[in-house]
Design a binder for this molecule. Structure first.
Ligand code: SIN
Length: 515
């Protein structure tokens, strides 16, 4: 999509707030980046909602990092490269696996409450694709919530961090291929947050799918804004589908995840006849990499004629299950599933984006002063399929590296300004709320139908046609509210995914195409 969101002002003057650095997003990547910036820098931390609404916050399983003497970072590199199906950037993977343990130790110093055993040693679990136990976790299955809460608590005490809640990133403003600031919308006014250093950590785009584990805000707004600012966006077709989300009746904005750690502790996938179908499919059986487990589930459902698979957790005692997985235990019980005695009905759903804004190992994009980290970035560490629990680690390592790069290469404001006149584009057409809702719904259905875990060229071409028609319509539409911006950004991300999927002819990792 060519146009910027740019509101239809008439040369209106914007109130300007001058900062040294802007951080967009308050998941683990954004908060950790903000906390790693020099405290002399005045930083605006912008979130479209609150600290407790992000993909990081929902992460259950844990953070992968080598924390024991019987494992080493070379094993972690190898598992990451195997899961990534040949498309990883090895240099970035090396940085991730080598530096990650120090960031975990730093989190421990920051009082992030990792689970420990009676001797005070870290509890360490396993997930898909890992040949060793190397996942640390908090609150049993609430790693994201506990990590984000603690980082958020510390960040809120820092005098140099200025939080802008309920503030939507509209567009990144550039001058001569360098960032100049961010146009944001808050309440019902626009502001220009001026800075020559911007870190975008705004998460993925799961909500452009009907079936996703991502929260409502995940529409790829950071990715779309970076693309409009001239940043290179790569490999958007590489979308990860988690094998096990809870099947449950009724309309849900997002699906509840059954962490891979449940299989790490002995859960086994079965069909409706009770057969454990993963055991002959891969040397790691139920703990094969996610793309493989997802496809095997779908094949098995087809073969047997089932509508969902079953996760058998009966090898665990109720005491163990409820302590180790309190969130999953509570959610299953609330939905009438008597775990660990009853099997849990599960189905794959969209979970994560491996592609995104292309960055180097300092989280730099091709636009001067623009950094990107977390799910919206493509560092290349995930290749075509992310290894379980490498995502929070990526947030830490590359969030910190973005901050460190700014600390030593900070670009000061050349002049402080108080007002700025924005160059606007004129758009002529208004859509009703219902029309925007219909577009959003069509995008979700189109992506789930044609750009899911198994794709066909004809399905992708149908998706392209539907999305191009929507894009043409939106080119002349007036966009005024965060909901309208979200719909627009969602369409932009959907187009990038479908275009990427059409261009990539071979199946690789999560991009599985059948003719
Ligand atoms: C999970 O707990 O299965 C999800 C962790 C991840 O996405 O890596």
């Amino acid at each position: 999509m060519k146009r910027k969101i740019l509101p239809d002002f008439d040369g209106e003057k914007l109130h300007v707030y001058n900062f040294d650095v802007l951080v967009i997003g308050t998941g683990v990547a954004g908060l950790y980046a903000a906390l790693n910036l020099n405290e002399e820098l005045e930083v605006a931390v912008v979130t479209k909602a609150n600290i407790d609404e992000s993909n990081s916050y929902l992460a259950q399983g844990g953070i992968a990092a080598v924390m024991t003497a019987d494992d080493n970072y070379r094993n972690h590199i190898e598992d990451t490269l195997i899961a990534g199906a040949g498309l990883c950037n090895e240099e970035a993977v090396k940085v991730l696996c080598e530096e990650g343990p120090a960031d975990i130790r730093r989190l421990i110093e920051m009082a992030v409450p990792f689970d420990v055993n009676e001797d005070g040693d870290l509890q360490i679990t396993r997930e898909g694709g890992h040949h060793h136990r190397r996942i640390v976790h908090c609150g049993g299955d609430a790693t994201g919530r506990e990590t984000t809460k603690q980082l958020g608590k510390i960040a809120l005490t820092k005098e140099n961090l200025h939080f802008f809640f309920d503030t939507y990133l509209v567009d990144i403003v550039t001058k001569d291929n360098a960032v100049f600031g961010a146009l944001v919308h808050t309440g019902d006014e626009y502001k220009l947050l001026r800075s020559n250093n911007i870190i975008v950590a705004a998460g993925g785009c799961g909500q452009i799918y009907r079936y996703t584990t991502s929260p409502l805000g995940s529409v790829g707004d950071g990715i779309a804004a970076c693309a409009r600012a001239g940043a290179v966006v790569n490999d958007m077709e590489l979308v990860q589908f988690h094998p096990t989300t809870l099947v449950s009746e009724g309309k849900q904005d997002r699906l509840f995840l059954i962490s891979e750690a449940v299989r790490g502790e002995g859960g086994i996938l079965r069909n409706s006849k009770g057969e454990a179908f993963m055991k002959d499919k891969h040397e790691l059986a139920d703990l094969a990499p996610r793309d493989i487990v997802t496809r095997e589930i779908l094949k098995e459902l087809d073969r047997v004629g089932d509508s969902n698979a079953w996760l058998d957790v009966s090898s665990m005692s109720e005491e163990f299950f409820s302590t180790r997985f309190p969130t999953i235990y509570g959610e299953c019980k609330a939905r009438g599933i008597n775990v660990p005695h009853d099997m849990i009905p599960v189905h794959p759903a969209q979970h994560y984006l491996m592609g995104g804004v292309k960055t180097d190992t300092d989280a730099r994009t091709n636009v001067k002063g623009l950094y990107c980290c977390g799910e919206c970035a493509e560092t290349g560490i995930h290749g075509a399929n992310r290894l379980a629990s490498n995502s929070l680690l990526e947030c830490l390592v590359f969030g910190r590296r973005a901050a460190q790069h700014i600390n030593s290469n900070f670009i000061p404001l050349t002049e402080e300004i108080n007002e700025y006149t924005i160059t606007t584009e004129k758009h002529n057409r208004r859509l009703t709320l219902e029309e925007f809702e219909n577009i959003q719904s069509t995008v979700k259905d189109t992506m789930s139908a044609y750009a899911g875990p198994v794709r066909t060229p004809s399905g992708l071409n149908k998706a392209k046609k539907i999305l191009s028609d929507i894009s043409t319509l939106l080119d002349d539409v007036i966009l005024e509210t965060p909901f309208e911006f979200k719909v627009f950004n969602g369409v932009a991300n959907a187009i990038m995914i479908v275009d990427g999927a059409i261009a990539r002819k071979e199946s690789v990792g999560s991009h599985y195409i059948v003719n």
